[in-house]
Design a protein around this ligand. Structure first.
Ligand SMILES: *Cc1c(COP(=O)(O)O)cnc(C)c1O
Length: 469
């Protein structure tokens, strides 16, 4: 075995061989060297463990293709595009919402040029970065004032820190939610300096529960969207109108964390039970916060709308400076919001809304096109079929609703669904799909039409890789 090590090519030989390749030649030499060295370590490990047992397996000719593939895959940028065939539209792990085309163009314009980001073109003096989106947010939601911070978690924090620090905030036990990424209402509340005053029982909270808790220490009444869970059965939550009445009676602000929030009513799609931001504002919430990149379909942002006296106080909070959004977000958000000036245009042009509201017929046609693309790529190797199934909105919105559609089932001789899933993490681009009852499923709802061919190509790469390995 020890003599085998001597047959390993030298670093110089390996480097010379690798940089003969067009793609690799363009990479920084230090990076190629680092990965080539790791590759040689891998070969030594293979000798040690008996995977490589004779010198022919160590010739440059044999090693070079592997080395090139290794260097290529390890020196790719870490942040990569991924194909989402999971059918979860607002998939937080995969980057939530795709921006609409006008928003993508606005981002490119904003980041490649100087702009009036904080410059008032009417006076030639310093301006406010919020001026770009405040009016349009008010126009769409009917609120008096608006503010945007980095994300909705920040929005919840700054609302509480501004309006209720050192005071009590009354919240129903049924709404003390933890969403993914360890964001829990009680913890955020504690960090904001407000004291949580839980009322009611997990399943039922009444107006008198809130009222009994109100005292000199009370700073606000709060409602939280329960996002990813539902309390079902014998339940009661106090509606916003009743909260508003209590707020008026005791002179307290009513704060609402809407979670995803939507500017477009999805009731027409049969998705019930989640009021739009417009409805919550109309029903009298004083301050409402929601995400920019969940169902709204814009960039990551936390949007706060509501009564001017409260929004003004939040704007002046020094913490606001630490949560401010950048010019790319502003550009993307304004462009996305402009689409909402015509709700029908929003539904057609905001990818998140388009995916959620896609018709069964269009989903079936798309699944057929994906199946055809896969057959074109893989021929007889693939066993492809269509099957009814469901997608999800994601992002904590409408958790109890299935979005019916057509799935593509995929199998290739002798390859397990799990092996396939793993191999697809390393294709170009990687593809994430679902496995249900051991069947590998692709949901084309969350693939754009130009991605169908890429998905087929990823499957081909994965199957080829597994057949070779
Ligand atoms: C998603 C969510 C948040 C956090 O929003 P981000 O935009 O992810 O920061 C806060 N509250 C609720 C109820 C949510 O659903």
């Amino acid at each position: 075995m020890s003599t085998l090590y001597r047959h390993l090519p030298s670093m110089d030989q390996v480097l010379e061989g690798a940089t003969g390749d067009g793609d690799i030649a363009g990479l920084p030499r230090s990076l190629v060297k680092q990965h080539a060295s790791a590759f040689l370590d891998l070969c030594r490990e293979e000798i040690r463990s008996g995977v490589i047992t004779d010198p022919t397996g160590l010739s440059l000719e044999v090693l070079l293709p592997r080395l090139k593939a290794y260097v290529r895959s390890h020196s790719r940028p870490h942040f990569r595009r991924v194909l989402n065939a999971t059918g979860v539209v607002v998939h937080t792990n995969l980057g939530r919402s795709l921006l609409a085309k006008p928003a993508i163009e606005a981002v490119a314009e904003a980041c490649g040029h100087y702009s009036n980001c904080e410059f008032d073109l009417a006076t030639g003096k310093r301006g406010s970065r919020y001026s770009h989106v405040e009016q349009i947010l008010c126009d769409i939601t009917g609120a008096e004032a608006a503010l945007v911070v980095n994300n909705n978690a920040a929005a919840v924090f700054i609302m509480l820190e501004t309006l209720a620090k050192g005071k009590e905030v009354v919240v129903s036990r049924g709404q003390l939610v933890e969403i993914g990424g360890s964001f829990r209402i009680p913890d955020v509340m504690a960090k904001s300096g407000a004291t949580l005053r839980e009322v009611g029982a997990t399943n039922r909270t009444h107006v008198y529960d809130y009222e009994n808790a109100i005292g000199d220490e009370t700073g606000a009444l709060m409602r939280v969207h329960t996002s990813n869970f539902r309390v079902v059965g014998f339940t009661k939550e106090v509606g916003l109108a009743e909260m508003r009445a209590l707020g008026d009676k005791y002179g307290l602000p009513v704060i609402e964390d809407l979670g995803s929030g939507s500017l477009y009513s999805l009731e027409g799609e049969g998705l019930l039970g989640e009021p739009t931001v417009q409805q919550v504002v109309a029903q009298g919430a004083d301050v409402v916060s929601f995400s920019g990149d969940k169902v709204l379909g814009g960039p990551q942002a936390g949007i706060i709308v509501g009564r001017k006296e409260y929004i003004d106080r939040i704007k002046k909070n020094p913490v606001n400076r630490a949560m401010r959004i950048d010019k790319m977000t502003l550009a993307a958000l304004e462009a996305t919001l402009r689409l909402y000036l015509d709700m029908d245009e929003a539904r057609r042009k905001v990818p998140t809304l388009r995916m959620i509201t896609a018709s069964k017929e269009s989903l079936k046609a798309k699944a057929r096109r994906l199946a055809d693309a896969i057959r074109d790529e893989l021929g007889d190797v693939a066993v492809v079929g269509l099957k009814k199934g469901v997608s999800r909105v994601g992002g904590g919105a409408f958790p109890e609703y299935d979005l019916p559609g057509t799935m593509v089932t995929f199998a290739a001789n002798g390859i397990s669904a799990d092996d396939l899933r793993e191999a697809l993490l390393d294709t170009d681009p990687p593809l994430v799909a679902r496995i249900e009852d051991d069947v590998f499923l692709l949901d084309a709802r969350t693939l754009t039409s130009t991605e169908l061919k890429l998905a087929a190509s990823a499957l081909k790469q994965a199957v080829d890789g597994l057949n070779k390995g």
